[in-house]
Design a protein around this ligand. Structure first.
Ligand code: SF4
Length: 407
C-alpha cells in the first residue's frame, strides 16, 4: 500500500505532514510518487484564506474522478478544516464539508498523529521543529484559534532532544515553529485558566504562588542532564505583565547546540520581550531576519483586528531591535481591505511600510473566515477591486521595489 500527502498552507502544516508521513509508514505503507500511484491520498488543509479552502474542494473533486476509475483509492482529509469541524460545537461546518466533499473517506484530526511519530524529513539541511500548537490571541480576522485550538507548548526537554538529534544528523539550519512562537511555555508555567486572552495585569508578584519554576533537561552526549532552573520571562505589554514565557531560554539553548542558523516564526509584536532581543543579539547564529507581523499600520484598524499594539509601539519595538542587533532585517504580514478600511487608514499602512523598509511582506486581501469575530460582528465591505488595488500597491512597494516609483 502506498500513500501520497498534499500539503496546503504554512510551514507548520508542512511540519505536521512530516509526522503524518511517519504515521502512515508505521502502518506499513510506502510513499507514492503521485496521486495516481497512491492507495491513500492525505490532504493536509489550510483555512487561512477562502482561496486556500477552495483549492482543497477543487482537489478533492478531481480526486473523486480518479476514485471512480480506481475503487481502491482512499481520500483522507486532515489539518485546519478538520480542526475547525471538530471544534465547531454546532456541527454545521462538519456537515458542510461532508456535503461538499462526499468523496472523502476519513476526516482525521491532526491531533491524532501526535508528537511521538518522528517526522520523516525530505530536506537534509533545513529542519522545522514545532514548539507549540494553537493560539490564545483571537485576532478578529483569524481562524487559527478555532482550527488549532488553544496554545499548547511541547515540553522543553523534548524540543531540545529533537534539536540535538538533528544537529547530530548534520542539519545546518533549524526553524522553531509556533503560531505565536514567542509566547512559548505560558501553559507550562500557568494553568490555562489563568492565561488571559486579553491584556490584563498578571504581575509576577501576583501570580507568584502559581509559578512552577521549570527544570528543563538538557540532553548532552545522549544523557539527560539537568542544567539549571529557568525563571520565566514575564512579557510586559502596555505597561502590564501579560504572560510568562520560556521562549528566550529555549531559543538560546537551541542556538548553543551550534547550528549555522536558528530561525523562528511567527512572533507577535506584543510578546517580544527585552530578554528575547538580548538573546538574539548575543547569539550570532540566530537569524537576523525577524518576521514581525504588523497586519495594519493604522491604530483604528489594529483595534478592530484585536491586535494589542499601536503603530507607535510597533515602531518603538523596531527601533529597539535595530539598536541592539546589527544588520537586522524585518519581514511582515499585512492584510489589506479589512472591514471598514478607509483610504486614509490604508495610506497609514503605506506610510509605515515606507518608514520601516521591510525586507519582505506576505500581503493578503481580507476574506471572511468562519467562526471569527470579524465575520460575526463586522462588515466585509471593501470591494474586491479596491482590495486588489491595495494589494498591488503594497506588493510593488515592498516585494518588487523596482515598481515603487509607479506609486
Ligand atoms: S496571533 Fe492572531 S493572527 Fe496569529 S495565529 Fe493567533 S489569532 Fe491568528
Amino acid at each position: 500500500m502506498k500513500y501520497f500527502i498534499k500539503t496546503f498552507g504554512c510551514q507548520q502544516n508542512k511540519a505536521d505532514s512530516e509526522r503524518v508521513s511517519s504515521a502512515f509508514k508505521a502502518r506499513g505503507m510506502k510513499p507514492a510518487r503521485g496521486y495516481k500511484d497512491a492507495d491513500y491520498v492525505v490532504i493536509n488543509t489550510c483555512m487561512i484564506r477562502e482561496s486556500a479552502e477552495n483549492r482543497v474542494y477543487g482537489l478533492v473533486n478531481n480526486l473523486g474522478k480518479l476514485k471512480s476509475a480506481s475503487q481502491s483509492l482512499k481520500i483522507v482529509v486532515t489539518g485546519c478544516m478538520v480542526g475547525l469541524a471538530f471544534r465547531d460545537k454546532t456541527g454545521k461546518y462538519l456537515q458542510k464539508i461532508r456535503k461538499v466533499m462526499p468523496e472523502v473517506d476519513e476526516f482525521m484530526p491532526i491531533e491524532e498523529v501526535g508528537f511521538d511519530n518522528q517526522p520523516i524529513r525530505q530536506d537534509r539541511e533545513n529542519a522545522w521543529v514545532p514548539i507549540s500548537n494553537g493560539c490564545n490571541n483571537f485576532c478578529t480576522f483569524c481562524v487559527v484559534p478555532y482550527t488549532r485550538g488553544r496554545e499548547i507548548s511541547r515540553p522543553f526537554e523534548d524540543i531540545l532532544a529533537e534539536c540535538l538529534h538533528l544537529k547530530i544528523k548534520g542539519y545546518k539550519n533549524i526553524t522553531l515553529l509556533g503560531q505565536n512562537v514567542n509566547s512559548y511555555g505560558a501553559d507550562l508555567i500557568l494553568p490555562s485558566s489563568v492565561i488571559p486572552n486579553e491584556v490584563r495585569d498578571l504581575t509576577p508578584a501576583k501570580s507568584e504562588g502559581k509559578i512552577t519554576y521549570f527544570e528543563p533537561v538538557h540532553p548532552q552526549g545522549g544523557h539527560a542532564q539537568k542544567v539549571k532552573n529557568f525563571k520565566p520571562v514575564y512579557v510586559k505589554h502596555l505597561g502590564r505583565y501579560r504572560i510568562p514565557t520560556l521562549f528566550p531560554q529555549l531559543l538560546e539553548e537551541v542556538a548553543k547546540l551550534g547550528f549555522e542558523k536558528v530561525n523562528f516564526m511567527s512572533s507577535n509584536p506584543w510578546d517580544f520581550s527585552e530578554e528575547l532581543i538580548d538573546v538574539i543579539a548575543r547569539n550570532k547564529n540566530i537569524t537576523r531576519l525577524i518576521h514581525l507581523p504588523i497586519q495594519s499600520g493604522d491604530d483604528n484598524v489594529l483595534r478592530r483586528m484585536n491586535r494589542w499594539y499601536t503603530r507607535d509601539q510597533y515602531l518603538t519595538l523596531i527601533a529597539k531591535l535595530k539598536n541592539k542587533i546589527e544588520n537586522i532585517k524585518i519581514s511582515t504580514d499585512i492584510i489589506v481591505g479589512f472591514c471598514g478600511e478607509t483610504d486614509q487608514e490604508f495610506q497609514n499602512t503605506v506610510n509605515l511600510v515606507k518608514l520601516i523598509g521591510y525586507e519582505k511582506a506576505y500581503i493578503s486581501e481580507y476574506s471572511m473566515r468562519p467562526m471569527t469575530a470579524a465575520t460575526k460582528t463586522l462588515l466585509d465591505d471593501i470591494p474586491q477591486k479596491v482590495k486588489k488595488q491595495r494589494w498591488e500597491i503594497l506588493e510593488a512597494l515592498i516585494n518588487k521595489s523596482h515598481l515603487v516609483k509607479a506609486y
